[in-house]
Design a binder for this molecule. Structure first.
Ligand code: ACO
Length: 273
């Protein structure tokens, strides 16, 4: 059944091959209910390009139905040093343009360009999955925003979060501003972004950016442990509960109570009906 549904949705293999992913510096593995995405350009500190974002979006589109937890990690010393700095050069990234070429786009085209890039990040919030960023070393700009796109962040004690965009004359536009404000509040978010300062592990834990800090060598084990904990609850209840929690901020108490009743009716009928 799940296989048939996967095929209906295009199927992972048809949509994006391991060779294509390798070309843009990404690895993707599914082990049972856990999918792992690895940014795999350690020699370039996992810098991200439009090709990275297009591949991430396609992984999201064709994620096997059985997957409940998605781990996002980076190979090497840094989680990700952000957008590929070649974007700032006149030549840009071969085949992908540059900020100079994007500057020439009309409003609609520019909007579409960034909207496409944002698709790489948005699917990580789906209620059907829980996403965990495993973050070590630098998570700068787009790297910080990729970590913010995930539901949870388990970090190594050498983590260095930095929202570098304002220092470069840009705004963070890869879906990171909303989760940042929701996690740390507007004052701290303004402080972090408008100074482009580094947030280290102890502060990240204290202000709610990280759920857990572990020694660098223990990061993989800590993430595996968290994934196992997440898989220990009922799948449908987990999906419904994430939906409730995600919607809570946008609802009044009365609306949230009504949403809880509606979700529970479905659960109780499924379990006892
Ligand atoms: N884009 C392209 N290449 C990069 C990037 C990047 N963002 N970051 C690092 N690299 C490359 C370096 O050019 C270098 O390549 P080379 O070996 O061919 O010369 C290699 O990765 C290693 O980089 P180092 O600087 O030597 O590594 P180090 O560990 O000392 O420093 C650090 C890491 C702090 C991340 C540093 O590389 C850096 O500051 N990078 C740029 C960060 C940045 O400004 N990103 C943009 C943020 S804005 C946004 O994302 C929208």
């Amino acid at each position: 059944m799940a296989e048939a549904q996967e095929q209906q949705r295009g199927g992972y293999a048809e949509n994006v091959s391991a060779a294509e992913l390798a070309e843009v510096g990404i690895r993707f593995e599914v082990d049972g209910e856990i999918a792992t995405i690895t940014l795999d350009r350690p020699d370039k500190r996992n810098a991200q390009t439009f090709a990275t974002w297009s591949a991430l979006a396609r992984i999201g589109e064709s994620l096997p139905e059985r997957v409940r937890v998605v781990v996002v990690k980076g190979e090497g010393p840094s989680f990700s040093a952000g957008i590929d700095l070649r974007m700032f050069t006149p030549e840009g990234v071969p085949g992908q343009g540059s900020f100079a070429s994007a500057a020439k786009a009309d409003d609609t085209s520019f909007d579409q360009l960034v909207d496409q890039a944002q698709q790489a990040f948005l699917w990580l919030r789906r209620p059907e999955i829980v996403s965990i960023a495993a973050v070590q070393g630098h998570a700068i700009g787009a790297g910080f925003q990729l970590a913010l796109a995930c539901d949870l962040r388990v970090v190594a004690d050498d983590v260095k979060f930095c929202m570098k965009e304002p220092a470069l004359g840009l705004v963070p536009d890869l879906t990171g501003t909303k989760p940042l404000v929701e996690l740390v509040g507007p004052a701290k978010a303004i402080d972090i972004c408008l100074t482009a300062r580094v947030v280290h592990a102890d502060e990240a834990l204290r202000i709610g950016l990280a759920e857990r800090v572990v020694a660098r060598d223990d990061l993989a084990a800590a993430v595996a442990e968290k994934a196992a904990e997440l898989l220990s609850t009922n799948r449908d209840a987990a999906v419904a509960t994430k939906r409730l929690l995600q919607g809570a901020r946008g609802r009044t108490l009365e609306e949230q109570c009504a949403a809880e009743r509606a979700e529970q009716a479905t659960r109780v009928r499924a379990l006892f009906g």
